[in-house]
Every structure is written in C-alpha cells, then in structure tokens.
Design a protein around this ligand. Structure first.
Ligand code: ZN
Length: 213
C-alpha cells in the first residue's frame, strides 16, 4: 500500500492520515505483535483524529479555504460524536453473553474493543490469508460451546470460509445463520447511504444488533 501511495503522490498530493494518530490508540495484530492492525476506522475516536489530519492536509494544500475546512471539521466531528453515542447505546440491546462477533477476517478488533464485544475472525488480518481446516474447526467449537447463533459475512471477501463454519456447526447439531453483511475494508456504493462513513458504520451496528439481540 505504502508504495502505491508514494507513487500516487508524484501526480496527486497524497497524505498519510494515520501518521498523525496517537500511537496509544493503535492495536497490534493478535497473532503477530510486529504488525499493526490497520482497521483504524472502526474506532470513532481514532477516526476523529484522522478527521483532524484530513483538515490539516486540505488546509495546507488549499490554504485560501482553510476556514471552511475548519468549520466543516467541527460539524463533522459533532456528527461522529453522535454516531459514537448511537453505536454505544444500540449495542446495549444485545445481552452481554451474546456480544460475540464472528466474521471472516479480523477487521473488527477496534470495533470490538470500543464496545466491549469479543471478536473472532477466521482468516486473520488480511483478506487474502489462507485459512486452514484447523481454524474452521476451532471456530465451530466456540460457536457450539457458547451457543452463538449468527456469524457475519463481509462485503469485500467471499462467503466461502464463513460457509465452511456454518456447515461445520450444522454437523454438530448447532444451527448458525448468516447475520448479515458487514462493510469491513470497503464502504457501500457511491450515492447510497452505506457509501458514506457514517452510513456504513450505522449499517454495521444495526446489522450486528439485529442478529445478536
Ligand atoms: Zn481488512
């Protein structure tokens, strides 16, 4: 990714907004502590930091409109605060013991930490990592033991791995349904509600709560 953006910077001003984020917010990959989990957009506190970095970048690039960017930053910051409150109160509708989020790849660790949800991914942090039979079996055991009734698919990766988990649970007499599709590494289509950060986030929260409550 870094190489792509450095290349892009030769023709288009490109800013690395995550560089300005308070490092204490960042999480390690659970499986490998030398890797930072990149899915920072699922913690709204971090995203509010990112918003500030964007504002600084735009104001530097187009200094004539600095005031406008700063005004918009304030407005959007307030909208993000509202979103954060919405998510926190909505997740209260899910009974504590059911706050377990099972997805295909590990995109939701920031989300889980923000709302006290346990998160399990089948594939690890990357969408192209290989998954093995052992991972499937491990996840199946957890679903059966803890009576977790829903798992989630993601818009940006195939359903194959999650389906293996559903089948595996069925073989053990435990029914698991697909709780819905979550946006993980990509937003919805442009022009739709889910094509915005706030719309995408609300969609995820609503989908998770509906399936698990
Ligand atoms: Zn990802």
């Amino acid at each position: 990714m870094l190489e792509i953006f450095e290349k892009m910077n030769e023709t288009k001003p490109t800013y690395a907004i995550a560089e300005g984020i308070d490092p204490s917010f960042l999480r390690d990959d659970m499986a490998d502590a030398t890797i930072i989990d990149p899915h920072i957009w699922f913690n709204i506190d971090i995203w509010q930091d990112a918003l500030h970095e964007i504002t600084v970048g735009l104001s530097e690039y187009d200094s004539e409109n600095k005031e406008l960017y700063e005004e918009n930053e304030k407005k959007y910051f307030a909208e993000l605060t509202e979103l954060k409150e919405y998510a926190a109160s909505k997740i209260q509708e899910v009974p504590e013991e059911s706050r377990v989020l099972v997805t295909a790849h590990d995109a939701f660790n920031y989300f889980g930490a923000a709302y006290n949800m346990e998160v399990m991914g089948l594939q690890g942090l990357s969408t192209d990592a290989e998954y093995g039979l052992g991972d499937v079996q491990e996840l199946v055991n957890v679903l059966v033991e803890r009576e977790i009734g829903a798992v989630f698919v993601e818009s940006s990766i195939s359903e194959k791995s999650i389906n293996a988990v559903i089948e595996g649970s069925k073989d053990k007499g435990h029914e698991v349904v697909i709780g819905g599709e979550l946006f993980s590494d990509a937003m919805g289509e442009e022009g739709t509600e889910e094509g915005t950060y706030i719309g995408m986030y609300r969609h995820n929260v609503d989908t998770i709560v509906e399936a698990l409550k």
